[in-house]
Design a binder for this molecule. Structure first.
Ligand SMILES: Cc1ncc(COP(=O)(O)O)c(C=O)c1O
Length: 431
């Protein structure tokens, strides 16, 4: 019998099965049994998922105005995005910045889809993408799952720029090592602003990264899905707009989407911006497999059409994000739980190492399970994000303040218990 006859599924399918994203699994598990102080006090509190649940009241009336269905909304639209939505998104992305052309946008199902499209466009199976760590955990699947690319982690730095800051020198070393080993590197991929750390990369650091990419002749994929979710003083600069970039703009591919800045995660609409004609043409073809419903595109076109609403919505959203970040970090401060200061995004990268009997990834995984099973709180371990140091967890704070308070107080009380010498949640099984 031929060796492949016993294999029922393809290599790609097997790879996807093996790499099923832990983020999604944790989300659906806890969302099926949500905590409610009266109706379900034993349910789970989800601080693992990066959804902005603070802006629903702002969105609801606007969506009601935008959601009617016209006959055109029931028909096929161009599969890489309806012209009207690409124009509206281009105008949105151009606000106060260099103009973005609608022709350079590819609209697909989620930023997830956009990452898959650009990785599959740039990489053949076995080729490599360098990711500065910690990195967005789903890059493992989004960039590598279907394309067959491999990810190589570049370590962060804590020299200046803050803990886990983007370190172009480390990216350079990872590139040089890969090259020395004969590995073909096609791109560097980063999140900007950073998920999970929440920092805004200074323009000079981004410029250094572009220099490294130019020196090694690789492309850069910049996931800027949190572009308008900045609440700190740092100024977010799109990678494609860094001044005096040594890397031609054709080699910079930017991903954005409606999930974060507009709190519309469930709409699953992502955008790829690429000006290289060949990459763009290939990406358009791949978009065929992940188009967005014509009606959803129409709703978003109408949503963006009111410039004043958009400006006010984004300003209010940033205000609420900042408020919720400050409330959550105040609780962490009360329990003396360390974290890296954030300026953007929905999460706080928090050091729960004190709850572990030792700093190891095994202990971190055990603590993750213990927090879920014992405290009924879902947060995500840094190991999923390629964090080089065990003990760090991503805690999302952008849900109802009572839930955030309840969950952080549960964690804080445990930290306090450990500090007074009682058993850590992570130590229970072995005791
Ligand atoms: C950095 C980053 N990129 C992409 C995504 C996925 O976005 P979408 O839901 O539009 O696929 C997320 C969602 O958490 C994210 O944080």
């Amino acid at each position: 019998m031929a060796p492949h006859a016993s294999r029922r599924i393809s290599r790609v399918a097997a790879r996807l099965l093996a790499a099923s994203p832990a983020i999604a699994a944790a989300h659906f598990r806890v969302e099926s049994d949500p905590y409610d102080p009266i109706r379900n006090p034993n349910g789970y509190i989800n601080l693992g998922t990066a959804e902005n649940r603070l802006v629903g009241d702002l969105l609801a009336p606007r969506l009601a105005d935008c959601s009617h269905v016209t006959p055109a909304d029931t028909q096929y639209a161009p599969l890489h995005g309806a012209r009207a939505l690409r124009e509206a998104v281009a105008a949105f992305l151009s606000r106060g910045r260099r103009p973005v052309a609608p022709e350079d946008l590819i609209i697909v199902s989620g930023a997830t889809g956009a990452l898959d499209v650009i990785a599959s466009t740039l990489c053949d199976p076995g080729e490599t993408i360098i990711v500065p760590a910690p990195y967005y955990a789903a890059f493992d699947v989004d960039l590598a799952g279907r394309s067959g690319a491999r990810l190589i982690h570049a370590r962060p730095t804590d020299r200046g720029g803050g803990r886990f800051a983007l370190a172009p020198a480390e990216v350079e070393q990872a590139l040089a090592r890969a090259r020395a080993e004969g590995i073909t590197v096609r791109a560097v991929a980063l999140t900007s602003p950073h998920n999970p750390v929440g920092c805004v990369h200074p323009p000079e650091v981004l410029r250094d990264l572009l220099q490294v990419a130019a020196d090694h002749q690789v492309d850069v994929i910049s996931d800027e899905i949190y572009a308008h979710s900045v609440f700190g003083p740092g100024e977010y600069v799109p990678l494609a707009e860094v001044k005096d970039s040594p890397l031609p703009v054709e080699r910079i591919h930017t991903v954005w989407g409606f999930a974060k800045d507009f709190g519309l995660a469930g709409f699953k609409v992502g955008v790829l911006h690429t000006v290289d004609p060949e990459v763009r043409a290939a990406a358009r073809e791949l978009a065929y497999f992940a188009p967005v419903s014509t009606h959803t595109q129409a709703v978003l076109t109408r949503l963006l059409s009111d410039d004043r609403w958009v400006t006010e919505f984004l300003a209010e959203s940033a205000r609420r994000l900042g408020g919720s970040y400050r409330a959550a970090t105040a609780i962490l401060d009360d329990y003396a739980i360390p974290y890296t200061p954030a300026q953007a995004g929905f999460s706080i990268f928090t050091d729960l190492g004190r709850l572990m009997p030792e700093r190891s990834f095994a202990a971190e995984s055990f603590l993750w399970a213990a927090l879920l099973e014992t405290l009924h709180v879902s947060v995500l371990p840094g190991g999923l994000f390629g964090c080089p140091e065990p003990g760090w967890f991503r805690i999302c704070h952008t849900t109802a303040p009572e839930l955030v308070g309840e969950a952080l107080n549960r964690i804080g009380r445990h930290v306090a218990t450990v500090a007074t010498g009682s058993t850590a949640v992570a130590g229970r099984r072995s005791s």
